[in-house]
Design a protein around this ligand. Structure first.
Ligand code: MIG
Length: 818
């Protein structure tokens, strides 16, 4: 859209526009169908007062706060009757570390709040807000002014914001939605729901991430609508030229996040909602789960099989059946007579044990958790003061109010026994919260909400997040600063600070494999990078081919776990016969080889807020066609993958972004910026490495830390240009990295001078235990004559597969290959 078209459209009078179809949500709500409920719009902006970090504008009765969070982030809040709600958010980790210089200008028609990067313009007439870059290019603009309607049902406001959707604009983000990457033309809602066997396009699902990224004319921006009530987003679905978002309560409060690159937007979104801590190394290995492995002999047998068959595995999960009558924090002593012994035997064989914990606490006076919770009044109550009760696995249950810090503290402590038994990780399920029959809690249930009390309407979408937060905080203390591992099904924005996530109860179909690739890419750009699907599909039966292709995608899923429902057949990597076992083994081994690379990608996520999976749209947002590609994505900065998503597929068209690439399995070189047809034999998948990359590789171990690392292998892929690579390492299980006890090796690979030079700079205080590097030189255009390490010539060697490598000192500065 041309810039000069905008002002005309901005003049549209909202009052004449009665067709706003956000009304559609009234259809199922008889109370709201009452015809007299009218939307109210902001009037003319007439004045403002300055605040410490922004301005409050008014039309004489309503107020709008524009808060400058940073040069690139502006927060907008609406107070329909002039008083803002308390400024509290569960999503935001810290706004105060940000800072910005800003100013305001005013003319006859506009106010303009300016930072170095963003101009937030408020058109006085109709109070329309727009965001422009410093060249006055409009990036995002109101279509109508912010509006609201008073709601007789619960005594609050439904709040609305309607923006222009530009002609070519596309939309990404929004969490776990099981739909195409580009959200244009879709309406979504957020209400965390237990959605067993969900379908493509089914909505809502388990998570609420009210954040999206818009890309128009090569420029990206983000909107984070920080509201925990049921929220809706309409991406040019109802009206081609409008994008709206609204909520059934709470405050209209959103952050405009400037780009211009999608990567910038995602980084900045992380800068306010936080990142995931470094996971323990074992948590990014291969995990084996099912509903459920029991009794003890079964668990031991599965573990034994892994080791006998030499298939790496770091963790085994115990689903709900390990508990005594599904009472959390207890053991079924019939199935598991001596859990401590079993867990320590597993541990000495390299297996971590992860167990499930649900929020529902069985109503049972002889059960200590229930009794304590009762005595302390920690369970949620109905509006009329009775306890909230619902049926879940244990039968009749009550539910802790995790929005109360005292309850969280108590809950965190409950893990003590299991931690002492040796359990290494915890899996929080059913925390949407899910209740059999009625789905979830009734609306009137009360929550403490950090002192800003409210009903379940307000707390529903953050219930799961606060549960896993309680879990994480408790474990952090109990493990005495060893890193916990947690995984949650329900989430709200910011949950990444406490947990990894999985996509819930998917199905063993090819369609669901594809849905999984979409969900994980989407979660990754929505802040929840540490994510995975149930590999193989939760319900239904995959055949060997589907299972194996899913395993291949699993290698490039940030979280790699096989899981399946209770009534399904065996799902171990060997369950489909020898041929499939061989391929599964090869790919699980690949995961273990790539671990130091994957760990470094997690570091980039943690430290810099970079998403782990990066859709091609994000790599090259300036190429319109890429905005529609959704089957291929980068895993970190250096590896591009395009999972095979169809049965019997012999080849696949893969687009390679600009630059040069190597096919991982045979090192064939490809020139990027175009599509190729790539063969897809069953034991390979399209995986490409960017030219110039340094990819560290571990020898295959049966579990992380099995053996001392003698050498660190570096695979260096020749480039005619220059490329940076970063490799991160640390203890693998403590928080010492927060005190800079880590090492970050920076390699510059340069093919412009000699044949190739590799320079190394190391930062951080951690010294690694390996002796030297084995550097493999891949794709050299000619045989090297000599290799010089810091002035001294070293030997060029060939391994038993005739691959070229050199042994180089750990501290080397410069390697010249000529
Ligand atoms: O009502 O714990 O998504 O992973 O195996 C089902 C049993 C409860 C749902 C989870 C699934 C888990 C299952 N749980």
């Amino acid at each position: 859209m041309e810039e000069d078209q905008i002002p005309k459209e901005l003049e549209l009078s909202p009052a004449t526009d009665t067709s706003l179809d956000e009304n559609i949500h009234h259809v199922n709500n008889p109370v709201l169908d009452l015809p007299h409920i009218e939307k109210k719009y902001l009037g003319t902006a007439t004045s403002y007062v300055k605040q410490k970090d922004g301005y409050i504008f008014t039309d004489g009765s309503a107020k709008v706060e524009i808060k400058v969070v940073s040069d690139e982030i502006i927060r907008v809040r609406l107070a329909p009757k002039g008083s803002f709600l308390e400024d509290f958010s569960y999503a935001i980790s810290d706004l105060n570390q940000q800072s910005a210089l800003f100013d305001i200008e005013e003319d006859e028609n506009f106010y303009c709040v300016k930072t170095n990067m963003v101009h937030c313009k408020i058109q006085k007439k109709d109070f329309l807000i727009s965001f422009e870059d410093h060249n006055s290019k409009i990036i995002n603009a109101d279509y109508t002014s912010m509006h609201w309607e008073e709601n007789a049902d619960f005594g609050g406001y439904y709040v609305y914001c309607t923006k222009h959707a530009f002609n070519q604009e596309v939309f990404f983000g929004a969490g776990d939605k099981a739909t195409n990457l580009n959200l244009r033309g879709r309406r979504i809602q957020n209400w965390n729901s237990d959605t067993y066997s969900y379908a493509f396009n089914q909505d809502p699902l388990y998570k609420t991430i009210p954040f999206y990224i818009g890309v128009n004319d090569g420029d990206a921006y983000g909107i984070f609508f920080d509201n925990t009530f049921k929220t809706y987003f309409d991406f040019a679905a109802e009206h081609q030229e409008r994008t709206s978002f609204w909520s059934e309560g709470g405050e209209l409060q959103y952050y405009y996040i400037h780009g211009p690159h999608m990567m910038d937007v995602v980084k900045r979104y992380h800068s306010i909602t936080g990142t995931h801590y470094m996971p323990p190394l074992w948590a990014i290995g291969y995990h084996q789960c099912r509903w459920s492995y029991y009794p003890e002999n079964m668990v031991r047998e599965v573990a034994k099989q892994f080791r006998q068959r030499n298939i790496p595995c770091d963790a085994i999960y115990l689903d709900i059946d390990y508990m005594d009558g599904y009472r959390c924090f207890t053991w079924n002593k019939h199935y598991f007579p001596n859990p401590k012994k079993m867990i320590s035997d597993l541990a000495s064989n390299g297996f971590k044990t992860v167990v499930m914990i649900d929020p529902g606490i069985k109503v049972d006076d002889s059960y200590w958790v229930f009794k304590e919770g009762q005595e302390k009044k920690y369970f949620c109550r109905r509006g009329d003061d009775y306890f909230m009760e619902g049926f879940v696995w244990p039968g009749r249950c009550q539910f802790p109010d995790f929005t109360n810090p005292a309850v969280r503290e108590w809950w965190g402590g409950l893990y003590k026994g299991l931690v002492e038994d040796g359990v290494a990780g915890f899996w929080n399920d059913m925390n949407e919260p899910a209740v059999f029959g009625r789905g979830t809690f009734p609306d009137d249930v009360r929550h403490y909400y950090e002192g800003h009390r409210g009903s379940h309407r307000k707390a529903h979408n953050i219930y799961g997040m606060q549960m896993v937060r309680a879990t994480y905080d408790g474990l952090k203390k109990l493990y005495q600063n060893k890193r916990p591992f947690t995984i949650t099904r329900a989430a709200y924005s910011g949950t990444q600070r406490y947990s990894s996530v999985w996509t819930g109860d998917n199905i063993a179909t090819w369609e669901h494999l594809k849905i999984g690739t979409l969900q994980l890419q989407r979660l990754s750009v929505s802040g929840l990078s540490f994510c995975g699907t149930d590999i193989g599909g939760f319900t239904g039966e995959p055949d060997g081919e589907l299972y194996t292709r899913w395993m291949q995608f699993g290698v490039f899923s940030p979280f790699m776990r096989v899981h399946s429902a209770g009534d399904t057949r065996d799902r171990e990597p060997w369950s489909f016969g020898e041929d499939w076992e061989k391929i599964n083994k090869k790919f699980i081994e690949l995961r273990y080889k790539l671990l130091p690379y994957i760990y470094s990608v997690f570091w980039e996520q943690h430290k810099y807020g970079l998403p782990i999976l990066r859709p091609v749209a994000m790599l090259e947002q300036h190429i319109p066609k890429n905005l529609q590609r959704e089957e291929e994505f980068a895993f970190g900065d250096k590896i591009l993958v395009s999972p095979v998503l169809n049965p019997g597929q012999k080849n696949k068209i893969v687009y390679l972004p600009e630059g040069n690439w190597y096919y991982y399995f045979d090192n064939t070189g490809f020139e990027g910026g175009q599509e190729y047809t790539i063969e897809t034999p069953l034991d390979e998948m399209p995986v490409f490495v960017k030219a110039g990359s340094v990819i560290p590789e571990y020898p295959v171990m049966q579990y992380t830390g099995e053996k001392k690392l003698e050498h660190l292998q570096l695979n260096v892929y020749y480039t005619a240009g220059e490329e940076d690579s970063y490799i991160y390492a640390d203890h693998g299980d403590t928080f010492a990295y927060e005190q800079n006890i880590y090492s970050e090796k920076h390699f510059i690979v340069d093919g412009t001078q000699s044949l190739l030079t590799i320079t190394q700079h190391v930062e951080g205080l951690h010294s690694e235990r390996f002796d030297d590097f084995h550097i493999y030189l891949i794709g050299l255009p000619q045989e090297p004559v000599s290799v010089i390490q810091d002035g001294l010539e070293i030997k060029i060697q060939r391994d038993n597969e005739n691959r070229l490598f050199v042994v180089v000192e750990k501290e080397f500065r410069k390697l010249i290959i000529q």
